[in-house]
Write a protein that binds this ligand. Sequence first.
Ligand code: PLP
Length: 405
Amino acid sequence: MIKLNENYANLQDSYLFSTIARKVANFQEKNPDKKVIKLGIGDVTLPIVPKVIEAIHKATDEMAKKETFRGYGPEQGYDFLREKIVEWDYQKRGISITKEEIFVSDGAKCDTANIQELFSKDNIIAITDPVYPVYLDTNVMAGRSGLFCEKTSKYEKVVYLPSTAENAFDPALPTQKVDMIYLCFPNNPTGTVLNKEQLQKWVNYARENHAIILFDSAYEAFISEENVPHSIYEIEGAKEVAIEFRSFSKTAGFTGIRCAYTVVPKKLKVDTLSLNALWNRRQCTKFNGVPYITQRAAEAVYTKEGQKQVKENIAYYMENAKLIREGLEEAGYTVYGGINAPYIWLKVPDGMTSWDFFDYLLEEKNVVGTPGSGFGPSGEGYFRLTAFGSRENTIEAINRMKENN
Ligand code: PLP
């Protein structure tokens, strides 16, 4: 008889966003006249910038002509895009990465999930807590997590690295040996960052313990402060121990277009095996590349006009973040993030859980956010608001939260 992958039975229901949707739908049904403002979802809302649209039209027309039509492209991505990535995202920052180290893909979500295929099931994984849920769930699917404990809300074999106000969102190094460390900075959900010295500590740990860092910098474009690394490769010695994930999703509003890339340095080896060669093998076997039109769209981001336009969109979101941060502080809340990331992480009032605060905000202020506990046990007592809404809705939501607070 056919047997299923029993690890799937060990997955916890991803009930966070479905519970939110259900609660909001119930509320709207009972209160059809109330305008509910949603600042919960981490998706962009501004349209694709003109320079990218122009490239999409041009590439589409090329596909309509026999002479310029393209079929399957290189699994790793077209050179025209890989070269632009190297130049704009690395060389301009003084980092030497070659195009052979870049793998263009259809999303950082799939890449951060798929990469764990290269590693044995016996490895111990470490995740920051709270965390972007994909890192954890994909390792559960692979049988690397051990069983889930209802009492602690943790998987028994996973090493959780609490990241809270108590440690200034700078998680301590694990006290037990770990093999695969997921780091995401600027962080989703906390919106916080680590500086160079703080990241150096992780690179040193990985080098000393023969561990690997899986560094997700999907929000790199939102960094506004100096001394906050845009890439893990700004850290000395990182090329021997880190894989980096980047995405056009939040940088250029590509959540619906789908384009990202992963950097696997040639220097990165486990024993004598090159991870670059392994990832290349995996991609060539299981992936047939990102559409030509999409890659031309991504290429257009790396032009003077394209940069100006995507930066204007980011500035719009970050102005929202500032309004949320300052408005909430005025209302007496303690807030984190929102300076180098489009996420604001607020401390819920004493005596309330993250879900209590969700209910309060929905029912009293008709504003929707995301309860911190949905991102991991250390997210309890916190709440996430995103800066991706419209200016008008952001201002209205914050005014409501300030009223009679
Ligand atoms: N990594 C982080 C930390 C994210 O928050 C997200 C999306 O919300 C992703 C990756 C997904 O990126 P992509 O749209 O490229 O799959």
